[in-house]
Design a protein around this ligand. Sequence first.
Ligand SMILES: NC(=O)CCC(=O)C(=O)O
Length: 266
Amino acid sequence: MKIACVQMNIAFGDPETNFQRVEDYLREAVENGAETIVLPEMWNTGYALTDLEQLADHDGRTEKFLRDFAKAHSVNIVGGSVSTKKNGGFYNTMYIVDQIGELAGEYDKAHRFGLMDEHIHLEEGQSLGTFKLGDAVCGGVICYDIRFPEWIRTQALNGAKVIFVPAEWPAPRIDHWRVLLQARAIENQCFIVAVNRIGSDPKNDFGGSSMIIAPWGEVRLDLQQEEGIGYAEIDLNEVEEVRKRIPVFDDRREILYKEFTPAKAD
Ligand SMILES: NC(=O)CCC(=O)C(=O)O
């Protein structure tokens, strides 16, 4: 599968500009033979969270845009995430569409990031975020979600062999981003495809470093601070090879983990 990671700048609070930018990038990726295109987090509005009432996608615009493009160009799109208004609240939502233009998955960010005020403005997602692209079981998590290894493990236990991670991760913590992504790939023996934005908004400078990491932990793509699209091929047979070499999933001791998990006081 040839994957294109779109490491783009996002215009703050300006969906029209962002939709045009994304369309241009999608066209470029298709021209370069991409089979699956991956976008960053909250690409419609950026973190303009106080203006979501006016700006968030409330009428299915993003889903339609991605589905129409995917169908017209026979390409899978892991649509990063966009701010959405649904069920009486705002969400940070990932749409995944397959190459025939069907919605393969929809995932709302599960863990809200307090340093960027998500807990004030957004609702928590309640679904797992696994989906299928062709025969491949995949997972999607969003940015801060990668600090929760049990969440990515849950996707891996449900069959995910490649996990997509759109993000708006600030530059001052980019070392965490890199290490956490590599750890999630190694411990789950899966591919991690992570796309961070670059550029700035009124509160943060973002760190880029979009990466594709193989199940043995090698970094196959690292965009560092470059604006634009990076490409890499992934072969899901590698997941099985690595899982045979060190059978972590067979050696797990679920009973122990359950027995010693402390009850959470609410
Ligand atoms: N958009 C985000 O979820 C940012 C997460 C982040 O910066 C972190 O350090 O975690």
